[in-house]
Design a protein around this ligand. Structure first.
Ligand SMILES: *Cc1c(COP(=O)(O)O)cnc(C)c1O
Length: 359
């Protein structure tokens, strides 16, 4: 008997690394930028009530009309300008499926959110990696020159940028958008942390511009357990998403939860304000320690121990039951760690542990 031949994964996928973020049990989890708060009790009660009315034997609303209208109202746009999916990662994947693919490319500027290039590769889209300046800002002349050279189908901008926390100025996004319009490129501004920043590219979305802004319920809406993200963009682009998503891709529970969560926008805004205040307090306290910090417009802070090994610091924190993100081996982030802003108490525990390790 010949040895049976087993199916082999696509050759180009075999080279990929996948997404890794250890899920270790610790007391203080500050590694994946989730909200430290629970959604309000009224939300849970409302959801339980509405779930009792779901017709489980029927498919959900394929177009998610109620949810898209609610998100549209929240941002002051039409439902036809909103596309929702299972996490903003599925939104990004849908964009790559529709506008990327073989023979096309995406442009990213490292260090940035690893899933932009990962998703592009999975959809067989070439990845062109640009870099950021030493202070992690984007140099507009360099960025627009890269765009003109490579004419990418999609240019990804992450603002506030994960993992550096830097918010791109409006002029930068405008210049990128103007350049993309020279060759029909799409600009995707990933605003997973948009509510923590002082301005949003939502104001630039227009039917005549190749621009979408993506948002998620995973961070500010305290709902990483739900999988829901969306984009705000031109109607013709939202229509194009229909071509690549599976029928009924958003289940009834997700549609309901996403709609009801928006009833608690005031609670969410208060939580954001509290985290922004904690971010300020934590930055000031960390500035007293032997670490280099970058200014953050998000719910996390990137830092680099000046004299200690990043891997050792990460492990020493885990030993004290505090987990942060280990970015030591990420492109351009030698020796760096990223801490998510938690509750006041969690931040104090982290600070005490870090102080003990570094001093
Ligand atoms: C966390 C994060 C997301 C969120 O992805 P979901 O699939 O919505 O959970 C998207 N973009 C960036 C930059 C992120 O950090």
């Amino acid at each position: 008997m010949p040895t049976p031949k087993l199916p082999q994964i696509r050759h180009d996928l075999a080279q990929l690394d996948g997404y890794h973020s250890p899920q270790i049990t610790v007391n203080v989890r500050l590694n994946t930028n989730e909200s430290p708060f629970e959604p309000p009790a009224q939300f849970r009660a409302r959801l339980a009530d509405e779930l009792a009315k779901v017709q489980w034997n029927r498919y959900p609303d394929r177009e998610a009309k109620v949810l898209r209208r609610a998100i549209g109202d929240f941002h002051g746009v039409d439902a036809k300008n909103v596309f929702a999916a299972n996490g903003s990662n599925e939104v990004l994947q849908s964009l790559c499926l529709a506008y990327g693919g073989p023979g096309r490319s995406v442009l990213v500027f490292e260090p940035t959110y690893a899933m932009h290039s990962q998703i592009a590769r999975v959809t067989n889209t070439e990845v062109i990696s640009g870099t950021r300046s030493d202070d992690f800002t984007l140099d507009v002349a360099y960025v627009t020159a890269m765009m003109r050279d490579h004419q990418p189908a999609i240019t990804f901008i992450c603002s506030p940028n994960n993992p550096t926390g830097i918010v791109e100025p409006k002029q930068t996004v405008e210049a990128i958008l103007a350049t993309a319009s020279e060759f029909g490129g799409l600009v995707v501004v990933d605003e997973a942390y948009g509510q923590f920043a002082a301005w949003s590219a939502l104001s630039l979305v227009d039917e005549t511009a190749g621009l979408v802004v993506t948002r998620t319920y995973s961070k500010t809406w305290a709902m990483a357990g739900l999988r829901l993200g969306y984009l705000v963009g031109p109607g013709w682009l939202v229509d194009a998403m229909e071509m690549v998503v599976l029928p009924y891709h958003l289940d009834a529970v997700t549609q309901l939860a996403g709609t009801l969560a928006l009833e608690h926008a005031l609670v969410m805004e208060a939580q954001v304000a509290e985290l922004v205040e904690e971010r300020g307090r934590l930055s000031e306290a960390m500035a007293q320690l032997p670490v280099t910090l970058w200014p953050s417009g998000a719910n996390f802070i990137l830092f680099r121990p000046n004299k200690h090994d990043g891997n050792d610091v990460w492990q020493s924190l885990v030993d004290r039951s505090v987990m942060v993100r280990n970015c030591v081996s990420w492109p351009g982030l030698d020796n760096c760690l990223r801490v998510t802003i938690g509750t006041r108490q969690e931040n104090n525990t982290f600070l005490a542990a870090l102080t003990e390790i570094l001093t």
